[in-house]
Ligand binder design. Sequence first.
Ligand SMILES: [Ca+2]
Ligand SMILES: [Ca+2]
Length: 157
Amino acid sequence: MSITGAAGTATTSVATVKNGDGSTRSVTTVVQSADALVKTASADVDGDGDIDLVTVDQTVIAADGSRVRTVTATNTDGSVRGLMRETLGADKVTAQTWVDQNQDGVFQATDLVRQVVVNGALVTATLVALTDPSGFRAQVVSVRACDAAADIDDQAD
Ligand SMILES: [Ca+2]
Ligand SMILES: [Ca+2]
């Protein structure tokens, strides 16, 4: 494992895993932007020297404080292996999580797996289990009244 890059600049870290005979098993290079909002991981998972999987983890923060985090995993041939998106509203409570469950690179309505909605003093959180092969979708809904000033996002603020 090596890390390069001074504070305030982009950093690059390389993690190399060796086999027992000293040959390379895998190499993962992670580049993080200076503002830490973009992280790109390039992985050679079979140790043959070419990159097999690139994962880009990007967070965009709007002027109102709302944020969107998108994680995209792309195969060597450019096809999407995984796609995930988390949104957090300016109220730091309203939130959605999307997972591209059928790996087609776009989000369908069924790819919404978690949602938190604020309606006055009522916070409704809906968790949808990932679709199993039979198409069954479990859903858990919790509703709670809250003091708008309370810290309900489980973050220490
Ligand atoms: Ca490879
Ligand atoms: Ca999809």
